[in-house]
Design a protein around this ligand. Structure first.
Ligand SMILES: NC(=O)c1ccc[n+]([C@@H]2O[C@H](COP(=O)([O-])OP(=O)(O)OC[C@H]3O[C@@H](n4cnc5c(N)ncnc54)[C@H](O)[C@@H]3O)[C@@H](O)[C@H]2O)c1
Length: 338
């Protein structure tokens, strides 16, 4: 069964390609390498023994997307990771984000709408909830006004898919709202490769641990949480990747209850920034140089997932602990820096 993975050489995409190939799917990757490297293919081959097909295509080029689907009429499922994802950059360059995250989605949905049957998995985010009123966050929590153009592209993306599914019954879609993906494949063949200053906490921690950065700034020590720092739900990228395969199989096997569904993907456990740092110190045996500084505008206090819907309906549960995920992130950091 042929599956297209857009952004399949990126962080979450590459781990998902591994899990798809482990399950026998025939994967074709589209990536424009704007935030990844072709070398990731070697890592995928080292783990699975199979080299996925790869086409270097910029999905913003509509004619290339059309040409791809004309050549690959046997694609039955699409997992769409390709997007720009830096929140700060999205504030500076909103049109880049709307073009790359919305334009490409529209081109893909147009092609899929022409097919007799199509399954589509979309990378959404817990940012759609903003600061939710209740923890843990359930899927029916209200979607709040987005804080950034990036966050807005995820909200709009979900709406575009829902609207399309209403009028295209042959299209079945699932939006997966990720909490905080982290870690690397236990083989250390693939992992997160942030370009420039990491946007996410964990690569910043590991880069500080290895000496690439002098100090980690912890933004805010006076939040109403157990130790005053923000709470997030850190999920191992391999657990996240496995959920994509399960979601895709649900659609391919027609087990879905509606032709558009939404699931949270998190662990259900909230950890503070200081707990994440302590986890790093436990698994690495190193002291981390950090300082608590002022709050950063736009940061919410707390977000962790209710995993009940994904547990019950997808039959999926995150298995790794924060320490296991942190250990994999640290091993990956050591490998790439050596
Ligand atoms: N990592 C997170 O913390 C997180 C959290 C929530 C949601 N997401 C979403 O998950 C998806 C994957 O995230 P990631 O962390 O793996 O990001 P990533 O940057 O590592 O992967 C995205 C991949 O898409 C490719 N790409 C971008 N624009 C493209 C285009 N126009 N044409 C073809 N390829 C293109 C990039 O080169 C990259 O390989 C994104 O949609 C992101 O918004 C990520």
């Amino acid at each position: 069964m042929k599956v297209l993975v857009t952004g399949g050489l990126g962080f979450i995409g590459s781990h998902t390609v591994v899990e798809l190939q482990n399950k026998g799917f025939n994967v074709v990757i589209i990536d424009d390498l704007s935030n990844s490297s072709e070398k990731v293919l070697d890592g995928i081959v080292a783990i699975t023994g199979v080299k996925p097909a790869f086409e270097k295509i910029d999905l913003k080029e509509k004619s290339k997307v059309e040409d791809f689907f004309a050549r690959h009429t046997d694609v039955q499922g699409v997992i769409h990771f390709a997007a720009s994802k830096a929140v700060g950059e999205s504030v500076e360059k909103p049109l880049l984000y709307y073009e790359n995250n919305i334009g490409t989605l529209v081109y893909l949905l147009k092609e899929l709408s022409k097919k007799d049957k199509a399954s589509f998995i979309f990378s959404s985010s817990c940012t759609v909830y903003g600061q939710a009123d209740k923890m843990p966050i359930t899927e029916d929590a209200p979607v709040k006004t987005a804080e950034s153009p990036y966050g807005n592209t995820k909200q709009m993306g979900e709406e575009i898919i829902a609207d399309t599914c209403k009028v295209v019954p042959s299209l079945n879609a699932i939006a997966l709202r990720y909490f905080n993906p982290m870690g690397a494949h236990p083989s250390t063949e693939i992992g997160e490769l942030p370009i420039g200053v990491p946007q996410n906490l964990v690569p910043f921690i590991t880069q500080t641990g290895i000496g690439m950065r002098e100090q980690l700034s912890v933004f805010g020590g006076d939040y109403p949480t157990s130790d005053g720092t923000c709470v997030r739900d850190y999920i191992h990228v391999v657990d996240l990747a496995k959920a994509h395969v399960i979601a895709l199989e649900r659609l391919l096997e027609h087990k879905n209850d509606a032709n558009y569904e939404v699931f949270n993907l998190g662990t259900g456990t909230g950890s503070t920034v200081l707990e994440a740092i302590q986890s790093f110190e436990r698994v690495s045996g190193k002291k981390l140089n950090y300082e608590i500084v002022d709050r950063r505008p736009g940061d919410i206090t707390s977000a962790y997932a209710s995993t009940e819907k994904a547990n019950k309906i997808l039959g999926w549960k995150a298995e790794s602990t924060l320490d296991e995920a942190m250990k994999s992130a640290w091993e990956w950091e050591q490998k790439i820096r050596n």
